[in-house]
Design a protein around this ligand. Structure first.
Ligand SMILES: *Cc1c(COP(=O)(O)O)cnc(C)c1O
Length: 485
């Protein structure tokens, strides 16, 4: 395996990617000198165009992506994103529109926003959506701010948000950032909300219960309606984390389950390539009582088209510049329209089928800590391999890299030690799933025959096993010329 040098190591003094023609007019000295014109940056890499192109192309080829192969990272919905989405989002009328363009000149873009909102309302069962938040976590923050605003309007914003221990890690952070104390409630042995515990914890200080559904065990909260009743009876709100709506689309609607606020991740369920930091979009849906509090500007239908409504006195205000990540919305709308109602339903049917196919195929070979049927993902752990051969989930994940697969999620859910959380998504074919299942079986055999092989994995990747603790605690982010050279 050849190590790709850093761009700094490729650098040679005086190289350029592009050379300007010689100046044939007197050089203007003036206002910008010393202000916006740099003399040069010490140590700045200098390389030719072809060196730069090859360097970054080689680096990109060392990176694993959804277009290359199966990416079963649990709770991330790393599904294949149809290329038609990119084609539509790249249309000049979308990609080139200026964010400050007056509403009457961008009617088509406003229609995209409004129609996406309509479809999300239809799919999830809510009254209205804001499309501003640019990620799931920001959607959660917005949703909790909306709950605070609605409770304040009723007279008391309250103090506590209840969160089951199976929740996604961003849930407690969002509640905390919105000024609420977080109180954890334990799951029952099936991995669902413990209703007795919920009833015990629910009182007039509690603003909301925040539920990830399906939860991070991939289990559907079948008590969600009862939970909603318990929370509503004491005047609280039910927040549902719908980041992984691909288990439910076209089949069940959170609005019908008693949820008051929901965020969905367009970059997961509605297909935008994601990971590595974006771009994302985390629209938030609300019931009628909360519509006045939605962020401004809010896209509205007017007598002759669409407009931006800023005159909403109860609004929590803006949560994001302009209209959010507009092109992610364009991709989501393209995806929804390309699939149609039957296709949207099929997303959920196949996502659930694929997860259960993996579950059944690997049951008994890997341990299932919770024995409830899976929705979009299935959580195994390393108990069988660890107890018998000392092989951990990390060893298994690293060995998967040798076979050309992205590893599953390991550090979540927090309530499963040694987790292997696998989300196949609906875009994988049976043939690809079978390939993954065979590989997982091979690795289980290898654990038995040669644990050392797994302990030293990966063997065939660009980088071998790293000291992840040292990398996190003492990251080396700056290149310095080695002293000896
Ligand atoms: C991914 C995810 C989030 C956070 O979404 P981001 O866009 O990464 O901020 C929240 N909850 C669940 C259940 C998720 O899977």
């Amino acid at each position: 395996m050849i190590r790709e040098p850093l761009i700094f190591e490729l650098s040679a003094k005086g190289k350029r990617a592009y050379a300007m023609p010689a100046l044939d007019v007197p050089e203007a000295k003036g206002a910008l000198d010393g202000l916006a014109v740099r003399d040069g940056i010490e140590g700045f890499p200098e390389a030719s165009e072809v060196e730069i192109v090859r360097h970054f192309t080689r680096l990109s080829q060392q990176n694993y992506c959804v277009d290359e192969g199966f990416y079963p990272l649990g709770s991330c919905t790393m599904k294949y994103n149809p290329k038609i989405n990119e084609k539509i989002a790249a249309l000049p009328g979308f990609a080139g529109v200026h964010p400050y363009a007056p509403a009457d000149t961008v009617q088509g873009c406003l229609e995209v926003l409004k129609r996406t909102e309509d479809y999300l309302c239809e799919i999830t069962g809510f009254e209205a959506f804001t499309l501003q938040p640019s990620a799931g976590a920001q959607g959660e923050l917005t949703g909790i701010m909306l709950i605070r605003a609605a409770l304040a309007k009723r007279g008391n914003p309250r103090k506590v948000v209840l969160i089951p221990d199976s929740a996604h890690g961003t849930n407690p952070s969002s509640a905390h950032l919105s000024g609420y104390a977080v109180q954890e409630i334990k799951s029952n042995p099936d991995g669902g909300i413990d209703l007795e515990e919920l009833a015990r914890c629910m009182n007039e200080d509690v603003a909301a219960l925040m539920v990830t559904n399906p939860n991070t065990l991939g289990v559907f909260e079948s008590n969600i309606r009862r939970a909603a009743e318990i929370v509503h009876a004491k005047g609280g709100f039910l927040y549902m984390d719908g980041a992984n709506m691909n288990a439910l689309t076209g089949i069940a609607r959170p609005g019908d389950m008693g949820a008051d606020v929901l965020h969905v991740n367009l970059h997961k369920t509605f297909s935008t390539p994601h990971g590595g930091g974006g771009p994302g979009s985390g629209p938030v849906g609300v019931v009628k009582e909360m519509v006045p509090f939605l962020p401004t500007p809010y896209v509205v239908r007017t007598a002759n088209g669409y407009g931006l409504d800023d005159d909403r006195p109860d609004s929590i205000g803006r949560v994001r510049g302009f209209y959010g990540n507009f092109l992610v919305v364009v991709k989501a709308l393209t995806y929804i329209l390309a699939l149609g109602p039957e296709g949207v339903r099929e997303i959920a049917e196949i996502a659930v089928l694929n997860a259960n196919y993996i579950r059944k195929s690997l049951e008994g070979i890997y341990n299932l800590p919770y024995d409830a049927p899976s929705l979009h993902e299935v959580v195994f752990d390393d108990k069988i391999q660890k107890d018998a051969y000392g092989v951990t989930n990390l060893d298994i994940a690293k060995r998967l890299i040798d076979y050309g697969f992205h590893p599953p999620t390991m550090s979540f859910p927090l309530i499963v030690h040694g987790a292997l959380m696998i989300e196949p998504t609906e875009t994988e074919s049976k043939r690809d799933l079978d390939g993954f299942i065979e590989t997982m079986k091979t690795i289980a055999e290898e654990a038995k025959a040669d644990a050392g092989l797994l302990k030293a994995a990966p063997h065939h990747s660009f980088v071998r096993r790293l000291d992840e603790t040292a990398a996190a605690r003492n990251p080396v982010l700056k290149w310095e010329k080695p002293k000896s050279e």
